[in-house]
Every structure is written in structure tokens, then in C-alpha cells.
Design a protein around this ligand. Structure first.
Ligand SMILES: NC(=O)c1ccc[n+]([C@@H]2O[C@H](COP(=O)([O-])OP(=O)(O)OC[C@H]3O[C@@H](n4cnc5c(N)ncnc54)[C@H](O)[C@@H]3O)[C@@H](O)[C@H]2O)c1
Length: 316
């Protein structure tokens, strides 16, 4: 039986991916250091349901301290989700965390992977933030990346390392550029989580800039499906794919949809634009459709409803 290894298993995307695999009866080894970038209790909560499965093994450790040669002997597929996420905290003193967790941690996994011929697939989480303020929308993978945040720089560096290890050593690695992921377990520093939580507590929400920025929002189960496809389709090796939600939405329109789900108005407050945020993102998913058979399944209204239900469940 295939054994899967997921880094960042206690995080938003890693825990959703693990849950899907465990429900399918697969063996999963999950690694997480439960760091305090956001409340580690939320991460503990994310793994509670995973720990109920006997075929789940949790390793609580920093990726940089592990014996990867040994670990990779035990697994066929790695989903590398762990990273220091978030754009705004990547300026200033925080940057060291980003280089360590996004670049160095990826490099040690790749080094071990190059010596592990039994490894079938390594799927690495990249980000739409590698594009920065792209000049064409929807943006295809062929557009030259130009990150506008230090975070985006580290994600691009990690992605480029993956390409190097594919071209030089044949490591079967695929990078997925996720476009703003949302859904149950979304990180508390992300907009939808903050907005829903504020609504629950009848607090005002902060909107960066004029609210006319657009995003391609991707529901987490679509991201999970893209990971599973990338791990099983041999043509995905060595490739980079955009993984988006299928449409570009103006932030103020999202707020209107949220209001109709919540059933009351949000108290909107406008604050200055955050440095490092791209103005617009929009994924051209043609390549993912063609090679991975990727097709986003969850509409924004449906996905937001699921996230709202989850936010209410963890705050009562
Ligand atoms: N959420 C999004 O919208 C989004 C968008 C684009 C890309 N991504 C990428 O997707 C991946 C997952 O993001 P997420 O939103 O689930 O983030 P998250 O912060 O919820 O999860 C990451 C997890 O990795 C763990 N971790 C980090 N460094 C580690 C280390 N050195 N050793 C062990 N554990 C470590 C953290 O404790 C955390 O639980 C990241 O690579 C991120 O850059 C996310």
C-alpha cells in the first residue's frame, strides 16, 4: 500500500489533504512543528480528527531537524505543504523565518529525494504570489514571475529549486501555484477567516485599500484534488501548474456574498493598502485542466457557506 507523507499536516491545507487521504483508507505520515505563526491550538484542533485514524502517524518536529533519507525510505509520495505563509509578515526581521522554512527546508527534502529512486512523486506547494502584479489576466504559467513580496521571493526560490532537482537528478517533483485558498481551517491571518470572525463578534472588518482588488479564490477541496492528481499523473513531474478557483472576483462582491450568507451587513472599515499584496490575481488553469484533469468544483457561495459553518463551530 502507498504511504503518503505530508509536511505541514496540522496547517490549513495539509490537514484537509490528510483527512481526504485517510478517509480513502490510505497510510499517512504527517509532520508539523506546531509553530506559533498563528495560535497553535488551532493546529492542535486540526489534527484531532486525523489522530482517530490508526493509519495516521504524527511526527512533531521541525523539518530541518529530521533524517530525510530515512523518512523517504518509508514513503512513496510526499506532499510538501509546510512553509512560513503570509505576505505581510515577510518584511523586516521576520524574513529569516521565510528563508529557513521555505527555501532551506525544501532543499533538504530535495537532497534526500535525489537519493531515493523509490520516491514516486513529490508535490510542492507554491503560490500565486510568485507572479506579483502580473501584466496579463488570467495569468498563465509562461508569464515571467515577478514577486512583489519577500514571501513571494522565497516561494519562487523553492519552486526553482524543485525544477533544478528535476532537471539535474530526475526528482519527480511538481509545483502547484495555489491562488488564495479558503474553506474550513483557513488560517486566521487570511481575509475570509478574519471577516467571518469579526462578523460573529460584531466587530468592524478591515479592508485593505478600496476593496476593488480582485482575487482568484480556490476552495480547499479543489486544491486537495489537484495535489492528488499531480501525485498520480506521470506527466506532471517537472511541471508547474496554476491552481485557481476558476474565476476572478472583486473583494467587495465577496463581501456582499458573505453578507447574504451571514444574514446581516458587515461593518466595513477601510485601511491603507498592505505592502506586498498584489492588486489582482487570476489563474489561467488551462494547463492544469489539460494535464491534471483539474476542474474546480466548488462555487464561491458554496465554499463560503462551508467556511462560515466552520468558523461558527470553532467559536462557540
Ligand atoms: N492558504 C493559501 O491561500 C495559500 C496560497 C498559496 C500558497 N500556499 C502555500 O500552501 C502551503 C500551506 O499553506 P497553509 O495556508 O495551509 O499554511 P499553514 O500555516 O496553515 O500550514 C503550514 C504548516 O506548516 C508548519 N510548518 C512550517 N514550517 C515548518 C517546519 N520547518 N517544520 C515543521 N512544520 C512546519 C506550520 O506549523 C503549519 O502548521 C504553504 O506552502 C503556503 O505557502 C497557501
Amino acid at each position: 500500500m502507498t504511504t503518503y507523507l505530508i509536511t505541514g499536516v496540522a496547517g490549513f491545507i495539509g490537514s484537509n489533504l490528510a483527512e481526504t487521504l485517510l478517509k480513502q483508507g490510505e497510510n499517512v505520515i504527517g509532520i508539523d512543528e506546531f509553530n506559533d505563526y498563528y495560535d497553535p491550538n488551532l493546529k492542535r484542533n486540526n489534527v484531532i480528527s486525523l489522530l482517530k485514524y490508526p493509519q495516521f502517524q504524527l511526527i512533531e518536529a521541525d523539518l530541518l531537524t529530521l533524517d530525510w533519507h530515512k523518512l523517504l525510505q518509508e514513503v512513496s509520495v510526499v506532499f510538501h505543504q509546510a512553509a512560513q505563509a503570509g505576505v505581510r509578515a515577510s518584511w523586516g526581521k521576520g524574513f529569516r523565518q521565510y528563508t529557513e522554512k521555505n527555501i532551506n527546508a525544501t532543499q533538504i527534502i530535495l537532497e534526500a529525494a535525489k537519493d531515493t529512486p523509490t520516491l514516486q512523486s513529490l508535490v510542492a506547494a507554491s503560490s500565486s504570489s510568485v507572479y506579483g502584479n502580473a501584466e496579463t489576466f488570467p495569468t498563465a504559467e509562461t508569464v515571467c514571475p515577478q514577486p512583489v513580496s519577500p514571501y513571494g521571493i522565497t516561494k519562487l526560490a523553492a519552486e526553482r529549486l524543485c525544477s533544478l532537482y528535476y532537471h539535474n537528478f530526475g526528482v519527480p517533483v511538481t509545483s502547484l501555484r495555489y491562488f488564495t485558498v479558503y474553506g474550513p481551517r483557513q488560517r486566521p491571518d487570511m481575509a475570509f477567516h478574519k471577516f467571518f470572525k469579526a462578523a460573529l463578534q460584531d466587530q468592524p472588518i478591515d479592508i485593505y485599500g478600496d476593496g476593488q482588488q480582485t482575487r482568484d479564490f480556490t476552495f480547499v477541496s479543489d486544491v486537495v484534488a489537484a495535489n492528488l492528481a499531480a501525485a498520480t499523473i506521470p506527466e506532471a513531474a517537472g511541471e508547474v501548474f496554476n491552481i485557481g478557483g476558476g474565476s476572478r472576483v472583486v473583494l467587495t462582491d465577496v463581501l456582499d456574498t458573505m453578507e447574504s450568507i451571514i444574514g446581516r451587513p458587515l461593518r466595513r472599515s477601510h485601511v491603507e493598502n498592505a505592502k506586498g499584496d498584489a492588486r489582482h490575481t487570476s489563474a489561467d488553469v488551462t494547463k492544469a485542466q489539460r494535464i491534471l484533469g483539474y476542474q474546480p468544483q466548488v462555487s464561491l457561495a458554496e465554499g463560503l457557506t462551508k467556511e462560515w459553518q466552520w468558523i461558527q463551530s470553532i467559536n462557540n
